[in-house]
Design a protein around this ligand. Structure first.
Ligand code: PLP
Length: 369
């Protein structure tokens, strides 16, 4: 990234040598992102300012497209999507779009989707950012295609952690975020399948083939491209290692705190996410005590924690109030070590036992469910 933020960076839209260098670097980044997503045509990757912009562009772009069939007024998203999708969907609903929020079960799994002949867009995340649950994209793509609808996938969490074959599965649109795969913040991408009509969100100078105007964030895009290249090269090794560490972490906590609940689908989930609940004690109290030990964890989603509201994902899963209050999410990184995991599990267990001893709703000792 450094050559592109030092000195006077070339503008990829300029014809001089500096501009050409920037354009080449951006096009190389496109090939890495396309390869990571399982997309054959790199020119269908468009760079954005991040996952949020990609999600908002996908939803609004489909409903604002002049070429779309006006009869198709239905949008289906899951109840556990990131707020970038959910809030955009609600905004569209206020303007007359018929919105369905697909429910999930107690493990956060989706059932059959209520797609109909008037559905214009289905937007389902590849992996949930709170529970780590993976959704069955190939089968959702079949349902969507059978009804003639467009399929958008928020791949922000899954990208770089599990293999993706978006072309082969029949996904039409997909969102990516740099900082979720080890790249920089403030950069992302949208995959847009050839032939899918999407209105631009940002109009202006016509960059990115007129699809997304604005001078390129060249250094950020180069960083995203390099992160995508590394993530793809190391995917199977890193994800197997993270899953083993995540399991060791969960087991380390559970062996000392048998009443901890593991949330979400334990069969189909990301390798790096441990979603736990300590009923009877407060997730915020755990977070603060962990922070004092210099261990960073989260309660609900990072964006909504601090708001005092329970996570919409865990609410949609129908958890009890004490499970909601006691929720804690721990994410491993690619560089997390076994020692760190053991220390973190030990510290968390110590804190949970200390807080439980003080809690008026002392947790019961029943086994993990
Ligand atoms: N979608 C999901 C599933 C996320 O987890 C996030 C961020 O945490 C986003 C979208 C938003 O991405 P960004 O932070 O790049 O705007």
């Amino acid at each position: 990234m450094a050559p592109f933020w030092r000195g006077v960076p070339g503008n990829a839209s300029s014809l001089h040598a500096g501009g050409r260098r920037a354009k080449e670097a951006i096009d190389e980044a496109r090939t890495h992102v396309a390869a990571l997503l399982g997309v054959r045509e790199p020119s269908r990757i468009f760079f954005t300012s991040g996952g949020t912009e990609s999600d908002v562009w996908a939803l609004r772009g489909v409903f604002e497209s002049d070429l779309a069939d006006a009869e198709r007024d239905h949008l289906l998203v899951s109840a556990v999507e990131h707020p970038a999708v959910l809030e955009t969907a609600r905004r569209l609903a206020r303007r007359g779009v018929r919105l369905t929020l697909a429910p999930v079960d107690r493990l956060g799994r989706l059932g059959d989707l209520a797609v109909d002949t008037r559905t214009r867009l289905v937007s389902i995340m590849a992996a949930n950012n709170e529970t780590g649950n993976l959704h069955d994209l190939p089968s959702i793509a079949v349902t969507t295609r059978n009804h003639g609808a467009i399929f958008h996938v928020d791949a922000v969490q899954a990208c770089g952690k599990v293999p993706l074959e978006l072309d082969a599965w029949g996904v039409d649109l997909a969102s990516v975020s740099g900082h979720k795969l080890g790249g920089p913040q403030g950069v992302g991408a949208l995959y847009l399948r050839e032939g899918v009509s999407l209105a631009p969100l940002l109009t202006g100078g016509g960059q990115e083939g007129g699809q997304r105007s604005g001078t390129h964030n060249t250094a950020g895009i180069v960083g995203l491209g390099e992160a995508a290249r590394l993530a793809r090269a190391e995917l199977s090794e890193v994800s197997a290692r993270m899953a083993a560490l995540r399991d060791a972490f969960e087991e380390g906590v559970r062996s000392r705190v048998p009443w901890v609940r593991r949330l979400g689908d334990r069969e189909r989930r990301l390798p790096n996410t441990a979603s736990l609940s300590f009923p009877g004690i407060k997730g915020e109290a755990l977070l603060m005590a962990m922070d004092a030990e210099e261990i960073c964890v989260s309660t609900g989603s990072a964006c909504s924690s601090g708001s005092g509201k329970p996570s919409h994902v865990l609410v949609a899963m129908g958890l009890s109030q004490s499970q909601l209050d006691g929720a804690l999410r721990v994410s491993l990184g690619t560089g997390t070590t076994r020692d760190e995991v053991d220390v973190a599990a030990g510290v968390l267990a110590d804190i949970a036992l200390r807080l439980a001893a003080l809690s008026p709703d002392r947790p019961s000792e029943d086994a993990d469910v």
